[in-house]
Design a protein around this ligand. Structure first.
Ligand code: NAD
Ligand code: ZN
Length: 353
């Protein structure tokens, strides 16, 4: 679990006080990985506390984080600084939070990040790392994984060393998120709730968080009574609870198939989940019906026909990525999932998208 968290509008201003006691010495910098959407945004960047050799690295989120990108950041840090950093701070959406977690791990673990994709392969504790979300939904701020696309697969580094040592939840940071992106990333949270609550891995721990997150999502995406600020506050908490819910269970069909789209077509996580979930009424009938209401309420038009020009080989690649995520299928369908989910089942679904 995340060991320290602060919540509140304006809490970003506490960053200097929070990290200052963690500085190892003047040669051991804090490295801030910041979404490049904030380049030139003085409202945010002027509040990043830089001293000594601290550095901001702006990161593009055009593509989701890749293992070789992480390895390059780590090499740059090792080559450019005399000492290992005092801390790594990620400021942004799921992509930036995952970059910060992965770099913090790889600074203290030998080899390449692709070798650690999987479950509990990390040997050494990560460098102190802080997560500051600027868009809500993924739950990356709270999870024990950092999702990376590697040469062979899109898979997380799941370990007890992955979670942040500190998270700062300042809903004000999300105020300029464009509506469509707000919806896609917010729906990631909604889908986490449905997949967790409808999964066979469900237990009291996951249920308690999942139900709360789902209630918040209903208010935010279907209700009419929240102010803009309340909605920002609540979505940040929904994301947290949704992440907590899947931390002790698993995601399901939408995530498995969205990973296939992401791997082959580079379709990003939030919108990919929406594209898939829209066609999953056989698996999550009530959840999909509510999703369609949310889509209408917020005037969201999802891309259509994204698989129409794909070859059989392309379908095979996506299907193999999706089917390789066995825990997700076992959670969604049950232990005998292989009797029910075949190559053909997934092909028929992908062909609808
Ligand atoms: P993202 O990080 O790409 O951000 C989405 C878009 O919103 C980007 O274009 C970004 O520049 C923009 N943005 C972010 N904050 C903004 C702000 N305040 N104002 C204006 N624009 C802003 O996408 P995401 O949906 O947050 O995260 C998706 C990524 O998270 C994927 O790589 C996915 O694999 C990963 N993920 C990780 C976990 C985990 O547990 N580690 C869980 C789910 C998803
Ligand atoms: Zn997700």
């Amino acid at each position: 679990m995340v060991s320290n968290v602060v919540f509140g509008r304006g809490s970003f201003n506490q960053l200097a006080d929070i990290i200052q006691p963690k500085r190892l010495n003047t040669k051991a910098p804090f490295i801030f990985f910041v979404d490049d959407v904030f380049k030139g945004n003085a409202w945010l960047t002027s509040r990043i506390p830089l001293s000594y050799q601290d550095k901001i690295v702006f990161v593009s989120t055009k593509e989701e984080p890749k293992t070789e990108q992480i390895d390059q950041y780590v090499e740059d840090i090792i080559l450019n600084f005399k000492e290992r950093p005092s801390g790594i701070i990620g400021i942004g959406g799921g992509c930036l939070l995952d970059v910060a977690k992965a770099v913090a791990i790889m600074l203290n673990n030998d080899g390449e990040s692709k070798d650690y994709q999987g479950w509990d392969l990390v040997k050494n504790e990560a460098v102190y790392h802080v997560g500051i979300p600027t868009i809500s939904g993924t739950g990356a701020e709270v999870s024990r994984t950092t999702i990376l696309t590697g040469p062979e697969r899109k898979l997380g580094i799941n370990s007890d060393y992955t979670p942040f040592d500190q998270v700062i939840l300042d809903p004000e940071l999300t105020k300029d998120v464009p509506t469509d992106q707000w919806f896609y990333t917010g729906m990631d949270c909604y889908v986490h709730c449905i997949e967790s609550l409808k999964g066979t891995y469900l237990n009291a721990f996951s249920q308690s968080y999942g139900e709360k997150a789902l209630e918040l999502c209903k208010d935010i995406f279907l209700g009419d009574h929240l102010t803009e600020e309340e909605a920002q506050d609540q979505l940040m908490m929904a994301s947290w609870h949704g992440g907590m819910s899947i931390a002790y269970s698993q995601v399901g069909v939408a995530h498995a198939m969205s990973y296939g789209l992401g791997y082959l077509l580079g379709i990003k996580h939030g919108i990919g989940n929406c594209i898939v979930f829209d066609h999953l009424e056989d698996y999550y009938p009530e959840g999909v019906a509510m999703f369609k209401q949310m889509k209408i309420k917020h005037n969201i038009t999802l891309p259509q026909g994204i698989c129409k020009d794909l070859s059989d080989k392309d379908f095979d690649i996506m299907i193999n990525v999706a089917l390789s995520l066995e825990p997700l299928w076992e959670n969604a369908i049950g232990k005998n999932w292989k009797d029910k989910i075949t190559h053909e089942t997934l092909k028929a679904l992908y062909q609808k998208m």
